[in-house]
Design a protein around this ligand. Structure first.
Ligand SMILES: *[C@@H]1O[C@H](CO)[C@@H](O)[C@H](O)[C@H]1NC(C)=O
Ligand SMILES: *[C@@H]1O[C@H](CO)[C@@H](O)[C@H](O)[C@H]1NC(C)=O
Ligand SMILES: *[C@@H]1O[C@H](CO)[C@@H](O)[C@H](O)[C@H]1NC(C)=O
Ligand SMILES: *[C@@H]1O[C@H](CO)[C@@H](O)[C@H](O)[C@H]1NC(C)=O
Ligand SMILES: *[C@@H]1O[C@H](CO)[C@@H](O)[C@H](O)[C@H]1NC(C)=O
Length: 242
């Protein structure tokens, strides 16, 4: 008798706990934290771990706040590199794809850093940047190409990108090496695609919070509790798994 009561109480207790978690998770997908976007039809869907600045703080993970600009574009601000337009978010592979509002991603590559943000970038490719006085046309020099970056060049200086190992003595005499850049997944040949348009993006990844597995299984990630930053997964069945 006592044992049966104990068992019953245990079951009731577990049921209450589970329903609390489920309601908590359900609250994430409705109400103030329901998926949002800056543009009624074209914007990427913003949901946990992201939130829009206009949503309550607890809708997103710290450091994952995006905002909408006056043109209904979704903006990501990196503390050390400034504002980017969010083109796409891949929740399953935990990657966000950002472009330059001025369509000059090479220019942004000259001064790019993810430091101070929760994101990471794989800097696979290294390039040299030459700054040349006067006008210079694209040229295929022996031993390597240099490609003019129109959006970084000015009336009086032409900025070109070269392969990292471009020999200094191959450069036109009016040029000096202004720096080296490493950029997130790009190949040198991608500098050929012109005009540099909104489709040019940097891929940034995050590993915390680890929501990829949950998303891949069709679930939705969210905070486990009202406070703290532990996350869990609401499975497609509606069941919340810590
Ligand atoms: C931005 O979105 C709002 C609300 O969906 C809409 O009323 C407005 O016209 C949009 N503005 C632009 C510039 O697309
Ligand atoms: C790089 O970008 C940051 C953020 O936008 C800015 O504060 C800084 O002045 C830039 N540095 C250079 C060398 O342009
Ligand atoms: C290139 O050189 C010119 C003149 O010295 C300078 O004004 C410009 O900022 C330089 N551009 C880059 C990207 O370093
Ligand atoms: C380019 O050089 C000319 C002549 O030296 C000068 O008048 C002009 O202001 C320069 N333009 C820029 C953008 O620096
Ligand atoms: C860029 O890298 C080359 C070698 O890869 C090096 O010789 C040069 O000093 C670097 N330039 C700058 C400005 O960092």
């Amino acid at each position: 008798m006592a044992k049966a009561t104990q068992l019953l109480l245990t079951i009731i207790f577990i049921t209450i706990i589970i329903s609390l978690f489920t309601n908590q998770a359900a609250a994430q997908s409705a109400g103030p934290c329901k998926p949002d976007s800056c543009h009624p039809t074209r914007g990427p869907t913003i949901r946990f771990p992201f939130r829009l600045a206009r949503q309550p703080v607890r809708c997103g993970y710290p450091g994952f706040t995006l905002r909408c600009n006056a043109r209904n574009q979704t903006i990501l601000t990196l503390p050390r590199a400034g504002d980017f337009i969010v083109q796409h978010i891949d929740y399953q592979s935990s990657a966000i794809y950002v472009g330059d509002p001025g369509f000059c991603l090479p220019g942004r590559a000259l001064n790019f850093s993810v430091s101070g943000s929760p994101y990471d970038a794989t800097f696979l490719n290294r390039f040299g940047i030459l700054n040349c006085s006067g006008r210079l046309e694209d040229s295929a020099g022996a031993g390597g190409y240099y490609i003019v970056l129109p959006c970084v060049s000015t009336e009086n200086s032409t900025v070109v990108v070269v392969a990292d190992d471009f020999p200094a003595d191959m450069a036109p005499p009016s040029c000096r090496r202004a720096g080296n850049v490493t950029v997130p997944p790009w190949t040198f040949s991608e500098f050929y695609w012109r005009p540099i348009g909104p489709e040019e993006v940097f891929e940034l990844r995050w590993s915390r919070p680890a929501c990829g597995r949950c998303e891949t299984q069709g679930g939705r990630c969210g905070f486990k509790e009202d406070s703290g930053f532990a996350v869990g997964c609401t499975r497609p069945s509606g069941k919340f798994v810590a």
